[in-house]
Structures are given as C-alpha cells and as structure tokens.
Design a protein around this ligand. Structure first.
Ligand code: PBG
Length: 340
C-alpha cells in the first residue's frame, strides 16, 4: 500500500461529483479499496484446566475460557469459516504460579497440551503460542522480577526455554509478547539449533503500555497479581511512534518473520507507518479493551456491535494491516459469510 498523494487534481464541481461512485451497492462494491476477509483474522482463545469447562469472562462478553476438549470444536468452527490461525493463552492455576514463572517451560503445561491436542485434531489451522511470563508469575509481570526490576537478560533465558517447549509441542507461530530487548534473536537462534528452522516468529514488535489490556488480564488471571503495578519499563510509551519503527527494525534484524502492532485502533498511524517503512507482513491486535467497549455499548443499545466491529476491522486493513488478531474474529467471519 502506498501513501503517495493522488496523481491528478480532479476537475472542480460540478464536473466532479464523488457521490456518483457511492450511489448504489454495486458501484460501491466495485470501487472498494479495501476488503476484509475471514482469511485476515486470527481468533484468540483462553484455555483452562479440566474437561467440559466453560467459564464466561464478564468483561469480554461472548468469550469464554475453555477446557481443551471444548476448545477443539471452537477451532473447528474457525476452520469452517476460513479463519487461518488461532492464538492461545493459558489461564494458569494459581498454585502453579511462581516468582520466576517456571511453569512456562514445563513441557506438559496447559498451553503445550492445548497445542498438541489442536495439532492432532485440526492440523490445518495455524496455532500461535504466546511467549511471555505473565500467565505464570506471581507478580503478573511478563518477566522475572529482581529487587523491583524486570530483569531483561535472565528473562530472555526463560523465554527461550518457553519458546522451545511450545515449538516441541507443535506450535506453528511463536509469538513473544513480552517486549524484552533481544529476545527475538535469542529465540530464533535456539529454534534453529533445536531443528525448528520452519517455526515462524511473530514479534509483538511495537507493543504499548496500554490501559486497554484490562479484560485480558482478568481472562488469564494476572490482574490481581499485577495490582496497581504497570509494565511501562518494557512496553512502549503511547506518545511514541519513531521508537516503534526502531523496535520493528530491531526485531526484523533479529529474525522476525511477522511483526505486530498492539493495541489496534488507537495506533492505526503506527500500523500504517510500520507497513510503509518495512513492507513486512504486519499484524495488528484489536485488544480486549477495544472489543469490550463495543460490546458494552451494544449491551446498552448504544451501538450496533456487528456494524462497529466490521467497520473497525476494515479500518485495520485500510491502515495496512495484513491480518488482525481480534476477539471478534469468529463473529465477524460469520457476518462476512452472511453478507456474501
Ligand atoms: C501479556 C499479554 C497481554 C496481552 C497479550 N499478551 C497483556 C499485557 O501485556 O499485560 C493483551 C491482549 C489483550 O488485551 O487483548 N504478555
């Protein structure tokens, strides 16, 4: 996508009437610059221990934590609707959480079992695994904390072990969401040395310290541990965009195959600039708080959720995103099918 100015100045009104190309559905369809397809969407899921367990998440209406047996039919629904990939996040039992988050590199942890079950049952749907320690730490932080500091290099060693466990379980796309410096290079090297040269790395390259992550932290159960603490020493300052380009450049240099900008709608300028500057497949994360806002307003009858979600996800594509991770992926894919 190019952001260049249109080449010609249109003749003035009344010879130019831009409304001519908006009069009917068929002409609008013919001249649409952007199309949103189910193949552009990634559906996140929250996984819990047990069987036949389904727990609603109050701040994410329509989204439930699912045990692995119930996850499988949901992912089958994704496949049937043409959604190519799902993202998995574990809701770790509190008794398995520690200061160093060591459950993250237990090869039999919930996430690894979910990955194995999905790759066995539905091998044709891509599985994206989250690499970061927050679902496993008693602090709710994405890294290891020492003397009140999230230590970078020691955390990288943990993330490498976590990534290897997920790759061994069959994970297709390793997605570090932690924002430590240098973790993409370390993970790429470790994957290659362990024989996982084909495993894809999706770097959460420009991830901001955002207040829109609230419902997600409830969903994975890290909110209480995190308390009033924040993640501002590793996630980015919402004021910055040139820094986002540096983050993305570094992750590409370290071996990222795909890059992501997160959150989504408040950061469409970042998506456009990343895509324009690097041209790499660029994903965007329509995060939990963005989804929750639309659903909450719809519950009050203030917004039409389906129309707002279609409009929002189309805007991501217009900004230059190649794919969008969204809690609304399944319902939007269904509505795209209904609309033909
Ligand atoms: C943490 C992680 C977060 C999200 C994805 N991975 C939250 C955070 O950084 O605190 C947020 C996703 C969302 O809000 O939907 N590694």
């Amino acid at each position: 996508m190019s952001l260049a100015a249109p080449p010609a100045v249109p003749p003035p009104f009344p010879r130019s009437r831009l409304r001519r190309l908006r009069r009917t559905p068929w002409i609008r369809a013919l001249v649409a610059e952007t199309a949103l397809r189910p193949a552009d969407l990634v559906q996140p899921f929250f996984v819990v221990e047990g069987t036949n367990r389904r727990e609603p998440i109050p701040s994410l209406p329509g989204i439930e934590r699912l045990s692995i047996d119930l996850l499988i039919p949901e992912v089958e629904r994704c496949a049937a609707l043409g959604i190519p990939m799902v993202a998995l996040f574990p809701c770790t039992p509190p008794e398995r959480k520690t200061l160093d988050g060591r459950e993250a590199w237990n090869p039999d942890n919930l996430l690894c079992r979910a990955i194995r079950a999905l790759k066995r049952a539905i091998p044709d749907v891509g599985v994206m695994g989250d690499v970061a320690l927050d679902p496993y730490t008693t602090t709710g932080q994405d890294g290891i904390v020492r003397d009140g500091e999230i230590v970078n290099d020691e955390t990288i060693e943990a993330l490498v072990k976590q990534a290897l466990c997920q790759a061994e379980a069959g994970c297709d796309v390793i997605a570090p969401s932690d924002m430590m410096d240098g973790r993409i290079g370390a993970i790429r090297k470790a994957l290659d040395e362990a024989g996982f040269a084909s495993t894809i790395i999706l770097a959460y390259a420009a991830k901001y310290a955002s207040a829109f992550y609230g419902p997600f932290r409830e969903a994975v159960g890290s909110a209480r541990a995190l308390g009033k603490a924040d993640k501002k020493t590793y996630q980015m300052d919402p004021a910055n965009v040139r820094e986002a380009l540096r983050e993305v450049a570094l992750d590409i240099a370290e071996g990222a195959d795909l890059v992501m900008v997160k959150p989504g709608l408040p950061y469409l300028d970042v998506i456009a600039r990343v895509k324009d500057a690097f041209g790499l497949p660029t994903l965007a994360y329509h995060v939990s708080g963005e989804y929750a806002m639309v659903k909450a307003a719809a519950e009050r009858g203030w917004l039409d959720a389906e129309a707002c979600l279609l409009e929002s996800l189309t805007a991501f594509k217009r900004a230059g995103a190649d794919a969008i991770v969204s809690y609304a992926a399944l319902e939007v894919a269904a509505s795209l099918h209904r609309r033909g």
